[in-house]
Design a protein around this ligand. Structure first.
Ligand SMILES: Nc1ncnc2c1ncn2[C@@H]1O[C@H](COP(=O)(O)OP(=O)(O)OP(=O)(O)O)[C@@H](O)[C@H]1O
Ligand SMILES: [Mg+2]
Length: 259
């Protein structure tokens, strides 16, 4: 069970769409946390097409007198007929800037959920914005930088990838890349250029992605088509990467104890 944080460096490669899509294709119960500091309202304005009213989210958690894990429980909403639940983030970028004190206790609360068998997917939006949820980027079991593989996209991603490798920079526990579309550059080239592993690739498919981006009607054979198949494969690759890392850490700890 894991906390997985998605983010981007530049452009809009599809962080929100992929976070929603992964949650909808996740093999287990999953909580989607909207922590995008832009206040873009990606879930309510996106997959719900504005038809669902705001009825509490991270702002209420931040201002609640309750412990974060209790306050969080009050604002978790579910998506009907799925095992997906979600928490809405700040509604504006100025509100998001005021959530700075929430992120560290939220990490603890999410870790508790995770220990209780619930996976968590976080939409951390674009890196470097005021109000960026740093602890959710640093402490996730896997932090995925999403990028397309065009030269401008890779140039934007590279400045962050370099920062992640420098010892003085903010580091993430387990950084990786998630590619949105492959081409003109391939997985190996991207991984080499950014010195980060490519954990998964989601197919570039604008019509299918529109379903999760703005609640568009599903195109023909959506559920069995290449886009949803790539999301399922990505979910599988992500859970596999987290499980492998967990096993390595457990083996290291066992080695330390027995040596
Ligand atoms: N796999 C995909 N294939 C094709 N188009 C996609 C894919 N994923 C997302 N998109 C499209 O990319 C655009 C941006 O998507 P989205 O809003 O999810 O990006 P973002 O990275 O969250 O952007 P922002 O930084 O503004 O929050 C949307 O038009 C969406 O439909
Ligand atoms: Mg977004």
């Amino acid at each position: 069970m894991a906390v997985i944080t998605l983010c981007s460096a530049s452009g809009s490669p599809g962080v929100t769409t992929t976070a929603v899509g992964l949650a909808m294709c996740w093999p287990r119960p999953v909580l989607l946390v909207e922590a995008d500091p832009s206040g873009a309202n990606g879930v309510l304005a996106g997959i719900f097409r504005g038809a669902r009213d705001y009825d509490g989210g991270l702002l209420e958690v931040a201002s609640s007198p309750l412990a974060v894990s209790d306050a969080l429980r009050d604002v978790v909403r579910s998506i009907e007929a799925t095992e997906v639940s979600f928490v809405v983030g700040a509604q504006t970028h100025t509100q998001a800037a005021g959530l700075g004190g929430l992120w560290a206790p939220l990490v603890e609360a999410l870790a508790d959920l995770e220990r209780g068998g619930q996976d968590v997917i976080v939409d951390a939006g674009r890196l470097g914005l005021v109000g960026s949820p740093e602890p959710l980027l640093s402490w996730a079991d896997l932090t995925l930088l999403l990028t397309r593989t065009t030269l401008p996209a890779l140039a934007g991603a590279r400045t962050w990838a370099e920062g992640l490798r420098s010892p003085s920079a903010t580091s993430w526990r387990e950084p990786g890349l998630l590619l949105v579309g492959e081409g003109p550059y391939g997985k190996q080239e991207v991984s080499k250029a950014l010195s980060l592993p490519v954990v998964a690739t989601v197919t570039d498919d604008p019509a299918a992605a529109a379903v999760y981006h703005r609640g568009a009607p599903p195109p023909r054979r959506f559920a069995s088509g290449p886009y949803v198949r790539s999301l399922r494969a990505a979910a599988h690759a992500i859970t596999g990467a987290v499980a492998r890392r967990h096993d390595e850490l457990t083996a290291d700890l066992t080695g330390d104890v027995t040596s």
